[in-house]
Ligand binder design. Structure first.
Ligand code: APR
Length: 287
C-alpha cells in the first residue's frame, strides 16, 4: 500500500448513498451537536478519524488550505523515490521537514484534541485513526493503544537501512550545526523522519487494523481532513458501507459530504467541545 493522492486512487459514485437528514442546510448547529452526542451515547464502536485540520488551532498549518504546506511547497518534489534518488532531494526534504517541525515541536493540544481524549476517558472511544504526525493526541491524553497513526510520526527519526531510531530534536541540532541530510551513526544509512511520504509503503499493521476497525464501527466521525489522500480517505467509505453512521466535521466541504449522515462546516475545537458538553450532559441526566 502506498500513500497516494485521490487522483491515483479509485473514485466512488456518490449516488450509491441516498439523501441524509442532518446535512440539510439551516439545521441549527446546536441540534447537530446534540444529534452527534446522542449517536455517541448509543454507539458501541466509535471511531474518530483525524487530519491536519484538527491541529491548525494548535498553530500547525495543514496541507491544502491557503498558506498550507502544499501552498508553499510542491508535493511532487517530496515523493519517497526522490528522497532515495539524490542528495539534493534529501536536502530539500530536510529543509521542508525542518520548517514543518518548528510548530509541531512547541504545539499544545487544542479543545478538539482534549475532547477526543475525554471521550476515551468516558469509555466512548473505540479508537482514533489519525493521519497526523504531530503526536498531539498523546499529549492530550489518548493512550497509545487507542491511536492508530497511519502516516507515521514526526516525533522521531529512523534510519532507512538499519531502522535505528533517533530523537527528532537531536537530529534537528545536527541540521542546525550544518548537516543538510544526516546519516546514520551505525550504518551510514539515510535518516528520515518516521513519517510516510507520498509513494512510500504504508505501515502494514496500522493500515490493516484501521481498515478492520472501520469495518466494525457503528459511528465514524471525521475531524479536520480534506479526505483526498488514499488509502486513508477510503476508511470513511469502509465504515459507511459496513452500516456505520458517518459524521464529517471540517471547515471546508469534502468529496464525501453527500454521503455523510451529518456534516458540520465549522471549527474543530468549538464543535468537538460542544459535542462533548452534550455527551456529558447526557451522561449526567441519564438521557
Ligand atoms: N477546524 C476544522 N477544519 C479545519 C480547520 C479547523 N480549525 N483547519 C483546517 N480545516 C480543514 C480544511 O478545510 C481542510 O479541508 O482541514 C482540512 C485539512 O485538509 P488537508 O490539509 O488536506 O489535510 P489532511 O486531510 O490531513 O491531508 C491528508 O495529505 O499531505 C498529506 O500526509 C499528508 O496526512 C496528510 C494527508
Amino acid at each position: 500500500m502506498k500513500l497516494r493522492t485521490a487522483e491515483q486512487g479509485q473514485r466512488f459514485r456518490y449516488s450509491d448513498f441516498g439523501f441524509r437528514e442532518y446535512r440539510a442546510r439551516g439545521c441549527p448547529m446546536e441540534d447537530k451537536l446534540k444529534k452527534v452526542a446522542q449517536w455517541i451515547e448509543s454507539a458501541h464502536r466509535l471511531i474518530v478519524f483525524s487530519g491536519a485540520g484538527l491541529s491548525t488551532e494548535s498553530g500547525i498549518p495543514d496541507f491544502r488550505s491557503p498558506g498550507g504546506v502544499w501552498d508553499r511547497y510542491n508535493p511532487e518534489d517530496f515523493y519517497f523515490q526522490n528522497f532515495l534518488d539524490s542528495e539534493a532531494s534529501r536536502e530539500k526534504y530536510w529543509q521542508m521537514a525542518t520548517e514543518m517541525y518548528e510548530p509541531i515541536k512547541i504545539a499544545r493540544p487544542n479543545e478538539a484534541h482534549l475532547a477526543i481524549a475525554e471521550l476515551e476517558k468516558l469509555g466512548k472511544l473505540d479508537c482514533v485513526i489519525t493521519q497526523n504526525i504531530d503526536g498531539l493526541h498523546f499529549k492530550a491524553g489518548n493512550s497509545e493503544e487507542k491511536v492508530i497513526q497511519l502516516h507515521g510520526t514526526a516525533i522521531f527519526v529512523s534510519c532507512l537501512r538499519c531502522k535505528k531510531r533517533y530523537d527528532r530534536n537531536e537530529i534537528q541540532e545536527r541540521i542546525k550545526a550544518g548537516q543538510k541530510a544526516p546519516r546514520c551513526d551505525d550504518c551510514g544509512g539515510l535518516l528520515k523522519p518516521a513519517t510516510i511520504s507520498f509513494g512510500q509503503s504504508m505501515p502494514e499493521r496500522e493500515t490493516e487494523e484501521a481498515y478492520h476497525r472501520s469495518s466494525l464501527c457503528d459511528l465514524f466521525i471525521v475531524v479536520g481532513s480534506s479526505l483526498v489522500v488514499q488509502p486513508a480517505a477510503s476508511m470513511p467509505l469502509v465504515a459507511k458501507r459496513s452500516g456505520a453512521k458517518l459524521v464529517i466535521i471540517n471547515r471546508d466541504p469534502t468529496p464525501y459530504d453527500d454521503m455523510a449522515d451529518l456534516v458540520v462546516h465549522g471549527q474543530a475545537g468549538s464543535t468537538m467541545r460542544g459535542i462533548l458538553d452534550h455527551v456529558k450532559q447526557g451522561t449526567r441526566t441519564g438521557n
